[in-house]
Design a protein around this ligand. Structure first.
Ligand code: SF4
Length: 324
């Protein structure tokens, strides 16, 4: 017969203390051995990580002397502390720039185009869907031009074939960056999403739902990926006052300007999109997307791919100037 006896921690300690000295010693030695094994495992894991880091910097951990290893670890700690310190200063400077200079897109667009995209949610959705790889003002003009042709209506556009939509886009003075055939798919999907799933009301896509859900819905549109979806959510927050209290779900749109500024200032090591998004989440967790507009604006107006204007740049005092 098997009996199970449940003991409290205090009872176990009492029990061990009452054991004869020889048996007590055996128990204590067994416990100490186990603790030593866990410690050895942790040390082996740490050493494996250092080995990998060394290899990524062209060094060999196994052939280094103790002094070289100590120097390597010291440098690493110093470097990470410096990066964090610099990053925090850059984040503060970006937020400061946002607070003092932010302007909504409406104020920078020709009046009739700005009025259209800021009063008609469907026009806003179409303009945003085309805002990739081309001058943003030209992208936001597309819905206005469609309106001038009497077709800016989800029911009308959803009922047209892709060939007809492609011809419509061909007739515009501003064409989508990636061609009218791809543009027709984007237009068809956007109109069908609004017409078929939201009763013709584009604003219903983002009404009373979380930023994450809005991004998921928008990515059902052809060629609308994470970046555009994040931009839409960020604009809805900044310019339309939506998603209050849910800012932690709003990411940056890591476009070429944002990625370049992040890398040159030292917020990231590379110009990879995922690294920029993660850096914004890590460095400004309450509202990662807050870093989007100021980094984009600085990238567009000062931090040019060649000949960046560091002397007059608002980030010059805090920027690492990692210009390659
Ligand atoms: S322009 Fe110069 S100072 Fe400004 S973000 Fe770019 S590299 Fe930094």
């Amino acid at each position: 017969m098997n009996l199970t006896v449940e003991l409290t921690t205090d009872q176990i300690i009492d029990f061990v203390q009452q054991m004869p000295p020889g048996e007590k010693r055996e128990v204590l030695l067994a416990l100490a051995e186990q603790a030593e094994t866990s410690r050895a495992e942790r040390m082996a894991y740490a050493e494996a990580q250092f080995r990998k880091l060394c290899a990524s910097r062209g060094l060999n951990w196994d052939t280094m002397t103790e002094a070289e290893r100590e120097n390597f670890v010291d440098d690493l700690i110093h470097r990470e502390t410096t990066i964090d310190h610099t990053s925090n200063s850059v984040v503060v400077a970006l937020k400061n720039y946002q607070n003092h200079h932010y302007k909504d897109d409406r104020s920078e667009l020709p009046r009739e185009i700005g009025d259209e995209v800021y009063t008609n949610p469907f026009a806003f959705l179409i303009g945003a869907s085309f805002d990739r790889g081309m001058d943003w003002k030209q992208a936001w003009e597309i819905p206005y031009q469609i309106k001038l042709r009497g077709k800016l209506d989800p029911a009308i556009l959803a009922s047209m074939t892709e060939e007809e939509l492609s011809l419509l886009l061909e007739s515009l003075p501003r064409k989508p960056r990636y061609g009218t055939e791809r543009g027709a798919k984007t237009l068809k999907d956007a109109a069908s999403l609004v017409h078929d799933q939201f009763g013709g009301d584009a604003a219903a896509i983002w009404r009373d739902v979380s930023p994450i859900e809005v991004k998921k819905r928008l990515q059902n549109i052809y060629d609308v990926a994470q970046g555009i979806a994040s931009m839409v959510v960020r604009i809805l927050h900044d310019d339309w006052g939506m998603f209050k209290g849910q800012e932690h779900e709003i990411d940056i749109k890591a476009d070429v300007h944002v990625k370049r500024v992040f890398q040159r200032t030292g917020l990231t090591h590379s110009k990879a999109e995922e690294e920029a998004i993660s850096a914004a989440r890590r460095l400004n967790p309450k509202f990662p997307g807050e870093l989007d507009w100021p980094a984009w604006k600085i990238g567009k107006d000062w931090c040019f791919p060649t000949k960046p204007q560091c002397n007059s740049c608002p980030l010059t005092a805090v920027c690492g100037k990692h210009i390659k």
